[in-house]
Design a protein around this ligand. Structure first.
Ligand code: BF8
Length: 641
């Protein structure tokens, strides 16, 4: 391993500064709780602990020493498959819930019931309508929007077993036929999630294969009822992201400003917060601040950066650390990845912690019930809470420490934006330069590094070192989610990173493309495609490349990696990429190792069935080597050197 992959500059030095501050101030953080949790339960790690009913809890010892079955008779293979499907259903429910809120908002907009919102991207609306078979000619935007929203909501209510509208609209005939043959086409996400809970409850499905097929189906629920639906409708309502350079890292906080950290996922509340922070700047100045500074934490950070250029603060595991700076006047959250630890830490630093969603509450939080119909009033209320927080902070004289680490990143690489950048090189065939570079081997392949930063793996800088190793080997990296916060903070999302880290051949391609696109230098070797729901953009890009080459997606030299995953959402996204026939690398180890059936299926049988394959590796260099070996194998399959 050369110096560039030793992780000397990783992980973020600001994290260590704030951990030290918290330690001195006796504030408990995740790392402390994690330490106390060790050693972790081995049965839990292996996935062989079953708490589905009160015959147990039951746990199966994989080493021939203890019980071979639960009290009901469930084997380790059944227990692992049931637990995994439930996790995938939890993830898919989160994404589908996110998307359904956007569908309801689009309908409210069309019906004039959400006066604070409008359709910002008519082009995207019309393109989507075309794919869904919604007539557009001579019709008002509101009428088209209402029909598109109804098509989305129809998917959540369908009982006739017909395929989801969103699957029919968003897949190529080749991919559709592949999934149809495997029995993976789904009809109604709610029914699928209900059936997953039903079949995994005590005394139902005891066929591991049947359960794993349901997990792959859950992957399709996740992508089409969750990721793609959410991305499509967010683009319609808030606009398709465009390339822009955004400030990242701890230094986006400003001591003299009203600092509001927006944390969560759905742009419905956050977009209004951004708007009213701007409009109430005068009130902040009257309170003695130099302005209002909204910054984004976790996936909403991605959504706000890619659409509005809002400073890109940090990932979900840094939310606690941002509070310990003492500089936040409010942390405003909507849903998902909001750790229950946060309000108590906020209290230590006099930061107002504000919840906005009826099913994400905390006894120590201020709750502002945000609705689309009253969005403007509620957003003003939230900003005024933050201004009051600023007054309190200044009055208390409590010390503030903002680590002086700053980064910049190029964001907003939607598929539309990428095609537009590449059009500067070849207007008639925008994907040709990428296809040519892959064919020649200048780009060895592409890997999506996605998901969450996990305190278990943060000390080893797993994500940064994996990215460094891949791009050094001429692999192009795309990212989404909190992994992107990590990579942006480490400086991978700049043209300079191409000079510093990329292999010679990849660097030459990035330089040629960057210059042709008028950037005056290379494109970054890591391209930011958005939030976790924007993983749908990665699939769209793969579908476009596969279509351009006339091959199935599973034959492309590509892979996905969630190198530090935490959430059930990462499991449902990974299940989709497995269903799409793609290699999925994960760390830490998923809870499947207690099941010989699962290991055999995910590492040997599935690759033969559809190309999907799981790779588990916690060492970044070994993980990169495994992924690169896979890319080379795929290249050989296409007859490429
Ligand atoms: O949905 S990457 S920690 S914020 S789950 Fe959560 Fe993981 Fe972040 Fe985005 Ni995705």
């Amino acid at each position: 391993m050369d110096e560039k992959t030793t992780g000397r500059r990783f992980p973020n030095p600001g994290d260590a500064e704030l951990l030290e501050k918290a330690r001195k101030e006796n504030v408990e953080l995740a790392v402390d709780r994690l330490r106390r949790m060790m050693p972790e339960c081995a049965f839990g790690e292996l996935g062989t602990c079953c708490v589905m009913c009160y015959l147990g809890p039951c746990r199966i010892d994989p080493f021939d020493k203890g019980p071979k079955a639960g009290v009901c008779g469930a084997s380790a293979d059944v227990i692992v498959a049931r637990n995994f499907l439930r996790a995938a259903a939890g993830g898919a429910a989160s994404h589908a819930g996110h998307a359904r809120e956007l569908a309801l908002l689009l309908l409210e907009i069309a019906e004039g019931k959400a006066p604070g919102y409008k359709v910002r991207d008519e082009g995207k609306l019309l393109a989507l309508a075309g794919r869904l078979g919604v007539p557009v000619d001579g019709r008002a935007v509101a009428a088209v929007a209402a029909d598109v929203a109804r098509k989305a909501l129809e998917d959540f209510g369908r009982q006739d077993g017909a395929p989801m509208n969103w699957i029919r609209a968003r897949t190529s005939p080749t991919e559709y036929a592949k999934w149809e043959k495997l029995g993976l086409i789904v009809s109604n996400p709610h029914n699928e999630i209900e059936t997953a809970l039903h079949r995994t409850s005590m005394g139902n499905d005891a066929d591991p294969l049947n359960l794993w097929v349901a997990t792959l189906r859950m992957g399709l629920v996740d992508n089409f009822a969750g990721l793609a639906l959410a991305t499509d409708l967010a683009d319609v309502i808030f606009g398709v992201p465009k390339p822009r350079v955004v400030a990242a890292n701890y230094a986006v906080l400003r001591e003299a400003s009203v600092n509001i950290a927006c944390h969560g996922h759905n742009p419905i509340m956050a977009s209004k917060l951004v708007e009213w922070a701007d409009r109430l700047e005068g009130e902040a100045k009257a309170a003695g601040a130099d302005g209002i500074n909204v910054v984004g934490i976790c996936c909403i950070g991605n959504e706000l950066a890619e659409r509005y250029g809002i400073p890109y603060a940090g990932h979900e595991a840094q939310a606690e650390l941002f509070l310990t700076t003492g500089a936040l006047d409010a942390m405003v959250v909507d849903m998902q990845c909001i750790w229950p630890s946060l309000p108590a830490i906020a209290r230590c630093y006099k930061t107002r912690f504000i919840t906005t969603v009826p099913f994400v509450r905390h006894p120590e939080a201020i709750h502002v019930a945000f609705t689309a119909a009253e969005a403007d009033a509620r957003a003003q209320e939230i900003v005024r809470h933050a201004i009051a927080g600023y007054r309190d902070r200044k009055a208390s004289g409590a010390p503030v420490h903002i680590p002086a680490v700053s980064s910049r990143m190029l964001t907003g690489i939607s598929v539309e934006a990428l095609v537009s950048v590449l059009s500067a090189v070849d207007k008639a065939d925008p994907l040709k330069p990428v296809v040519d570079a892959v064919a020649s081997g200048d780009i060895l392949g592409a890997v999506a590094i996605v998901g969450c930063p996990n305190p278990k793996l943060r000390p080893s800088a797993m994500t940064e070192r994996l990215a460094a190793e891949l791009i050094r080997n001429n692999v192009l990296v795309v990212t989404t989610g909190c992994a992107n916060h990590v990579l942006a903070q480490a400086g991978f999302l700049t043209g300079d990173a191409a000079q510093e880290y990329a292999g010679e051949r990849l660097r030459a391609v990035l330089t040629a493309l960057g210059n042709a696109a008028g950037l005056g230098g290379p494109l970054p070797p890591v391209l930011h495609m958005g939030s976790c729901v924007d993983n749908s953009r990665i699939y769209d890009l793969l579908a476009a490349l596969a279509g351009r080459l006339g091959v199935e997606i599973s034959r492309l030299p590509v892979a996905g990696s969630a190198p530090e995953f935490i959430t059930e959402k990462a499991i449902s996204i990974g299940s989709f990429f497995l269903a799409a026939g793609i290699l999925v690398h994960v760390a830490p180890a998923p809870r499947i190792f207690g099941s010989p059936f699962a290991i055999d299926l995910l590492t040997r049988k599935l690759p033969e069935i559809n190309g999907g394959k799981a790779l588990v590796e916690t060492d970044p260099v070994k993980a990169a080597a495994g992924i690169i070996a896979h890319l080379r194998e795929k290249r050989r399959g296409l007859g490429l050197a």
